[in-house]
Design a binder for this molecule. Structure first.
Ligand code: ATP
Ligand code: MG
Length: 570
């Protein structure tokens, strides 16, 4: 491809809207162009990369027996109502005005609809169906360029099985295929245990790339081999000990204590002896939740524990109406309304606790949660903190930010039950199909690749997904000698099957061409100029390391072949 004829609208300045390197570099190198918040056009250079990532995904999905199909983005709302996911997705789902249609944010429902119609016998399974298709999500905060956009490409795959063992096998196949996909795309990634969220299901893992631009937090200890999304991460933090003395609860005056720290400072109460009470709605049912001290309630854990589609904290007026007090004075005793109660497992059988009196400005002390509260269950509801002992070996947890590039779920029978997708087993008995769902964000792979492979001058592509493997920079191609040699090298390299971007622009200074080559970041740059040609040579530069070699013109193809083999394996 000749650069003089190729549409690459590079930018000299960093666009103001772009904060993270991948977004800045995609815009500057002319790969993408923003249209509106969270909506991007893929320009020719960018689209080449997208297609390569898709090709790698296709090969690996085909390799595990996946069958590619293509589902409609426009869906009747009705089918999403049958699984309660219009409510679960809430404002994130795009609705078509005046029609009962939505734009699909994922495709479990439509896959199950097909399975319901055609998969009826245990003999029809296993199946793996996948697509690489546009998804629509009205993200409340589109940011970081294509990493969180409102229209994006997802590879979504679904497995259908007639046994739980079959699901385990298909899940493992996807796990292995995902590792190969990210390896082949040159990504440094790690895998964490994850929450199943609105998708439902019996287990899931996420593929993560460490990055300051990440919106997920992961807790891990490499030595223990523990890694989990903060949404499910747990630690061996000790429970609040039960005291021998257990006097009756006693109300006391706390006019200036609104927060846990106020109780600690003003009354010398140990932080963990404060039972902080919160009210959350889970699908319209209000719950009273207890946490120890300043432990942070983890909403993802709460949602899972309550098996709710949607949870939200109660508003001020709701708190007052339900408990009789405002936030900061709520507790288990003398509640205005009877509320179902749940507590963090650190508080199991705890006594000698301080909590609000459901009257503003008052608390109770000596509360025994077994005696004075009506707690239905103690479950892990807290967000772990860096340094706490990990659940495997008790070694200190580290917490880091990461970007989710893929997610694999054991869905189980949530969707097949809702949409009545059943099969008959070998005894003629009917069961719901056992499903898995497996997603990869195509744009996130590209963006994370750039986050991990760039320097101050531009992108440093891995040859596996580089838009072109080789760039040729012709220095002063106005001269016959340079042009003839550059043209010949271009023809030879293309003849060998390489993808080559030939900077054949006239009237462009060498400095300008070098800057562009660094910005665009092809793995190898062959620089053809009069200076080296005098001795029958050209210069070959490796973008990532900056290493340069002078090689005879006759050896260019062989040199590029060897270098690309090496870079491919790195
Ligand atoms: P997140 O938690 O980041 O919003 P998610 O858990 O909702 O993502 P999934 O439903 O698991 O995403 O979708 C599968 C994959 O699709 C994700 O692992 C991610 O790579 C990609 N993806 C999800 N949302 C977006 C988005 N708004 N823009 C680009 N890619 C996305
Ligand atoms: Mg996810």
């Amino acid at each position: 491809m000749r650069l003089s004829q190729y549409f690459i609208p590079t930018l000299k300045e960093i666009p103001a809207e772009a904060v993270i390197p991948s977004h800045q570099l995609m815009l500057r190198s002319g790969m993408i162009r923003g249209l509106s918040s969270g909506i991007y056009s893929l320009l020719p250079l960018g689209y080449r990369v997208w297609k390569k990532v898709q090709q790698i995904i296709r090969e690996e999905m085909d390799g595990i027996g996946g069958m590619e199909l293509h589902l409609p983005a426009l869906n009747p709302k009705e089918i999403w109502e049958e699984t309660n996911r219009v409510e679960a997705f809430g404002d994130t789902m795009f609705h078509i005005k005046n029609r009962d249609l939505v734009l699909a944010p994922t495709h479990e429902e439509i896959i199950t609809h097909i399975a319901q119609a055609f998969v009826h016998s245990y003999r029809d399974m296993p199946q793996i169906w996948y697509q690489i298709q546009t998804k629509f999500r009205n993200e409340p905060r589109p940011k970081s360029g294509v990493i969180r956009s409102r229209q994006f490409l997802m590879k979504d795959a679904y497995s259908l099985d007639n046994s739980w063992e079959g699901l385990d096998e298909n899940y493992q196949k996807h796990y292995d295929a995902y590792c190969r996909i990210y390896d082949r795309c040159g990504l440094d990634y790690f895998v964490v245990g994850a929450s199943s969220g609105a998708m439902g299901g019996t287990g899931s893992q996420e593929f993560m790339v460490e990055s300051d631009a990440g919106e997920d937090l992961c807790a891990f200890n490499m030595e223990s081999g523990y890694a989990a999304n903060i949404e499910v991460a747990s630690s061996q933090i000790p429970a609040v000990a039960r005291l021998d003395e257990n006097p009756d609860a006693e109300k006391f005056d706390t006019p200036n204590a609104k927060a846990i720290d106020d109780l600690v400072e003003q009354f010398g109460i140990p932080e963990e002896r404060c039972a902080k009470a919160l009210v959350y709605f889970a699908d319209d049912v209000p719950w009273l939740i207890f946490m120890s001290g300043n432990d942070q309630l983890n909403e993802a854990k709460l949602q899972t524990a309550l098996k709710a589609n949607l949870i939200r904290p109660a508003q001020d007026e709701e708190l007052l109406a339900l408990t009789g007090a405002n936030a900061g004075s709520i507790g288990p005793i003398n509640l205005k309304t009877k509320l179902p109660q749940l507590a963090d497992r650190r508080l199991e059988h705890a006594n000698g606790m301080v909590s609000g009196a459901n009257v503003n400005g008052f608390h109770f002390k000596n509360i025994d949660l077994d005696r004075d509260a009506d707690i239905k269950e103690y479950v892990d509801l807290r967000t772990v903190l860096e340094g706490e002992p990990d659940p495997i070996k008790g070694l200190p947890l580290k917490v880091k930010k990461a970007i989710e590039v893929g997610h694999i779920f054991k869905l189980g029978t949530k969707y097949s039950e809702a949409l009545k997708a059943n099969f008959l087993d070998d005894k003629g008995e009917e069961h719901p199909i056992i499903m898995g769902s497996y997603g990869i964000g195509v744009e996130r792979i590209v963006a994370c690749h750039i986050e991990q492979r760039h320097d101050k001058d531009g992108i440093c592509w891995h040859p596996s997904i580089a838009p072109f493997q080789i760039q040729i920079t012709g220095i002063k191609v106005e001269g016959d000698n340079v042009r003839e040699h550059a043209e010949k090298i271009f023809a030879d390299l293309e003849g060998e099957g390489y993808e080559v971007l030939y900077d054949d622009r006239t009237g462009v200074s060498p400095g300008f061409k070098f800057k562009d080559a660094d910005l665009l970041g092809m793995p190898i740059n062959v620089i053809v100029g009069e200076k080296n040609l005098k001795d029958g040579n050209v210069e070959v530069k490796i973008r990532k390391s900056g290493d340069r070699k002078i090689v005879p013109v006759a050896d260019v193809v062989a040199t590029c072949r060897d270098l690309l083999d090496e870079l491919m394996a790195s």
